[in-house]
Design a protein around this ligand. Structure first.
Ligand SMILES: CC(=O)SCCNC(=O)CCNC(=O)[C@H](O)C(C)(C)COP(=O)(O)OP(=O)(O)OC[C@H]1O[C@@H](n2cnc3c(N)ncnc32)[C@H](O)[C@@H]1OP(=O)(O)O
Ligand SMILES: CC(C)C(=O)C(=O)O
Ligand SMILES: [Mg+2]
Length: 528
């Protein structure tokens, strides 16, 4: 049956160019040191893999432990539309455990493997090639007693003599294998070389195409070629790709599913013939889930799903992004479920990005002020790794106030306590140097001060937000007060620090009032 996948057009597993995605996050991925998952975590990942649209979920290696057996069993019972596979050595008990684990599942597979390279034959298995062929045939036939869908992998296939690879492939097909996976177990192959293995085996064994046998790749990333090798395998004739979410797996990991998919999609002009059933908008959420559940952090600069994959700090790039995002982004982050691209402000940023952020924060400043804010921003960015929005607001506040401080606090006095009405007397100096004093009562000392300030300045505002926090510890802790006031239809913020929280509150309020009263006022946009 063919269905439509918005991202990839026609999804038709019978199409000769359809690439089956075999996800081994729960088996090879879980072999990453420190990545153990419990049964319910595996089941949840399996559900999400099915929703993602993978064709095969390798759910585990049932002989490994009772836990692995149980999770392969639970996944094969629950997952209905995706093939669930269990791994097995060429050992009768392994095959039986795998067979028992998948019993009763809707679509199931046993994946049998046996190493074939000279080094594995001689030093690990201590068996001659002929013995390995015989054992593999017997094991495939044994696995067929449990399911018609049996995959065979000549482990370390990419380092196996080509004639041996052809011989064992032919032999296990005869024994009943329906998928042949040729793994680059130790990430040794180069792309052209690996692709050639597939085309060679196919040329030598017409039975592959005659019987509709699927060739599969399984690449490790020891030299950083896992994704490139997987794509080379497709070009050589592979129609199943084994991979993992976030590229987790033994040592340097497996080919990263999200990278393969996005390479095929982004370069559809180059790889236009290949299709998959993956729903790419689920890639990022699943990447986060796998990282959280395995505890394996995704490196920041990892392709597609790393924190920096859609983040830009350099001024020239940020400028390009603001003018046209295609200048520096070849994919749209929202397509894969990443909320948005980020323009991160830091010491490499330029004026365009800073101005854009300032406007997003709701300010409109002229070019002259942008120059001084930019200078202050660069000085700060040289000292500080991350420059936050609050830092930028503080810089702008400072610039505004040094330029146009209309009202300055001279002194204030409050009288407050339990059961008494709070009163405040405030003295302010205006820009001509004249001092003005007034007094007011209020609902607490701060409210009384604010009332007195309104009377002196003649500005009527509504206090919408008042936040206070300690920014240092101890008896003499610095307190920060941030206020947001409304004046007619405008919202304005003010912020101040002091060891006296009432003084900080008065300064913050005054700073907001000063911003309203300035002629070229910094106006804050409506907040949602
Ligand atoms: C490339 C891959 O990713 S292969 C999968 C790797 N994954 C794992 O190993 C994880 C799960 N493994 C385990 O829990 C254990 O290793 C088990 C249960 C499979 C086996 O445990 P043990 O019986 O104690 O054996 P141990 O792991 O120490 O050694 C492996 C044995 O399997 C043999 N072996 C390895 N691969 C195969 C194979 N494909 N077919 C048959 N025998 C094999 C080895 O030669 C060795 O046999 P020996 O004891 O006669 O020397
Ligand atoms: C079990 C096999 C396919 C494997 O993981 C490998 O060879 O890397
Ligand atoms: Mg592997």
């Amino acid at each position: 049956m063919s269905t439509t996948n918005q991202q990839f057009g026609e999804v038709d597993p019978n199409n000769a160019k359809y690439i089956r995605i075999f996800d081994t996050t729960l088996r090879d991925g879980e072999q990453s040191p420190g990545a153990s998952l419990n049964n319910s975590e595996k089941l949840e990942i399996a559900r999400q893999l099915e929703a993602l649209g993978v064709d095969v979920i390798e759910a585990g290696f049932p002989i490994t432990s009772q836990g692995d057996f149980d999770s392969v069993r639970a996944i094969s019972q629950e997952i209905q539309n995706t093939i669930v596979a269990g791994l097995s050595r060429c050992v009768p008990r392994d095959i039986d455990r795998a067979g028992e684990a998948i019993k009763g599942g809707n679509k199931t597979r046993i994946h049998v493997f046996c190493a074939t390279s000279k080094i594995h034959r001689e030093h690990k298995l201590n068996k001659a090639f002929d013995e390995i062929v015989a054992l593999s045939k017997k094991s495939v036939a044994h696995a067929r007693e449990y399911t018609d869908d049996v995959e065979f992998s000549p482990e370390d296939g990419s380092r196996t003599e080509l004639n041996h690879l052809v011989d064992i492939t032919g032999a296990v097909i005869e024994a009943g294998a329906t998928t042949i996976n040729i793994p680059d177990t130790v990430g040794y192959a180069m792309p052209a070389e690996y692709g050639r293995i597939f085309s060679y085996v196919r040329e030598q064994l017409p039975i592959i195409d005659e019987k509709g046998i699927i060739l599969s790749s399984h690449c490790h990333n020891d030299l950083g070629f896992a994704v490139a090798n997987s794509i080379a395998a497709m070009q050589g004739g592979a129609r199943q790709i084994e991979c993992t979410i976030n590229g987790i797996g033994e040592r340097a990991g497996n080919a990263a599913l999200e990278e393969i998919i996005m390479a095929l999609r982004t370069r559809a002009d180059f790889y236009e013939q290949f299709t998959t059933g993956i729903k790419i908008e689920k890639l990022y959420p699943l990447s986060r889930m796998v990282s959280n559940l395995t505890g394996l952090l995704v490196q920041r600069n990892k392709a597609i799903v790393g924190e920096n994959a859609f983040a830009h700090e350099s001024g020239i790039h940020q400028d390009g992004m603001l003018k046209n995002r295609n200048t520096y982004e070849i994919m749209n982050p929202t397509d894969i479920g990443v909320p948005e691209s980020k323009l991160v402000l830091g010491k490499h940023s330029g004026r365009h990005a800073l101005k854009d952020r300032i406007e997003q924060l709701g300010y409109s400043i002229d070019d002259e002020m942008l120059i001084s804010v930019y200078d202050a921003f660069k000085t700060l960015a040289d000292k500080k790794k991350d420059v936050y929005d609050e830092d930028i607001e503080a810089i702008i506040d400072k610039e505004m106030e040094t330029e146009r401080q209309l009202w300055e606090l001279v002194r204030f006095q409050i009288s407050s306590g339990t059961g008494v009405i709070s009163t405040a007397t405030v003295v302010l100096r205006d820009s001509s140097g004249a001092e003005k004093m007034d007094a007011a009562t209020g609902d607490g000392p701060i409210d009384a001060c604010y009332e007195a300030i309104q009377r002196i300045t003649g500005v009527n505002v509504k206090l919408e937000q008042y936040q206070t926090r300690a920014i240092t510890g101890g008896k003499d802790a610095q307190g920060e007060v941030a206020v947001q006031i409304r004046h007619n239809d405008r919202k304005v913020r003010g912020r101040a620090f002091s060891t006296d929280v009432i003084e900080a509150a008065v300064h913050a309020y005054l700073s907001a009032i000063n911003r309203i009263k300035t002629t070229t006022e910094p106006v804050l946009a409506e907040q949602p």
